[in-house]
Design a protein around this ligand. Structure first.
Ligand SMILES: Nc1nc2c(ncn2[C@@H]2O[C@H](COP(=O)(O)OP(=O)(O)OP(=O)(O)O)[C@@H](O)[C@H]2O)c(=O)[nH]1
Ligand SMILES: [Mg+2]
Length: 192
């Protein structure tokens, strides 16, 4: 009797998730990109464990185990964002289902650089059919700047033009507070 009830609730949950475009056994591989200090490793750890902790800068590619988030199953690559390792980003794009490109929303001075690096990747056509969710992170901090301002600094309109408006979208998030990336995952899920 108890297991029938559990099965009933599980199937209700699954249908709710799939009505939202989530769940249904969908799987994907994520590639976390962005400049150093954007919050990639912190996000991946939060997605896998629900916790936030401090990490040293990522100096070699890391592939996570499979983990579930919002009824979806993912594996993720975190390859590091320091200038010295950015040249390897393109080696990791072909196998991924979506790119999560993190931007530090408080680091106005480096947004142009972030936009440049993403545009270089888009220009290579390696990510042609891959959805790119740009995550403006650290929006918990008062110095986080407006999305309009970030978009201007990153030259977002050109990214949209080059990659296609249907395959690129931006979200304001705070990994620290656990806010905003849920919408990004809903959007990514619609491509899986
Ligand atoms: N305030 C705030 N700080 C954050 C947030 N997310 C990450 N951080 C901090 O930003 C710093 C860099 O985070 P990491 O996850 O190591 O950044 P990364 O993108 O992996 O950096 P690299 O490995 O060098 O490419 C750390 O001090 C984090 O605690 C957030 O949402 N809010
Ligand atoms: Mg890192």
């Amino acid at each position: 009797m108890a297991s029938a009830l559990v099965n009933f609730w599980n199937s209700m949950w699954e249908s709710l998730l799939s009505s939202l475009g989530l769940g249904g056994g969908k799987e994907g591989t994520l590639l976390l990109l962005g400049l150093d200090n954007a919050g990639k490793t912190t996000l991946l750890h939060r997605l896998r464990t629900g916790d936030v902790k401090h990490f040293p800068p990522t100096d070699r590619p890391y592939q996570s185990d499979k983990f579930s988030f919002q009824g979806l199953t993912f594996q993720a690559w975190d390859v590091g964002g320091h200038e010295a390792v950015r040249h390897i980003w393109e080696d990791y794009v072909c196998e991924c289902s979506a790119v999560l490109f993190l931007v530090d929303a408080t680091d106005a001075d480096r947004m142009e650089e972030a936009g440049f690096e993403l545009d270089a990747l888009v220009g290579e056509k390696l990510v042609e059919d891959i959805p790119i969710a740009i995550l403006f992170n650290k929006c918990d901090l008062p110095e986080a700047i407006s999305s309009k301002d970030i978009c201007q600094r990153m030259n977002y309109d050109e990214l949209v033009e080059n990659h296609g408006a249907d395959k690129i979208s931006a979200f304001r998030i705070s990994v620290l507070r656990g806010e905003g990336y849920q919408q990004a995952f809903r959007w990514v899920a619609s491509f899986l």
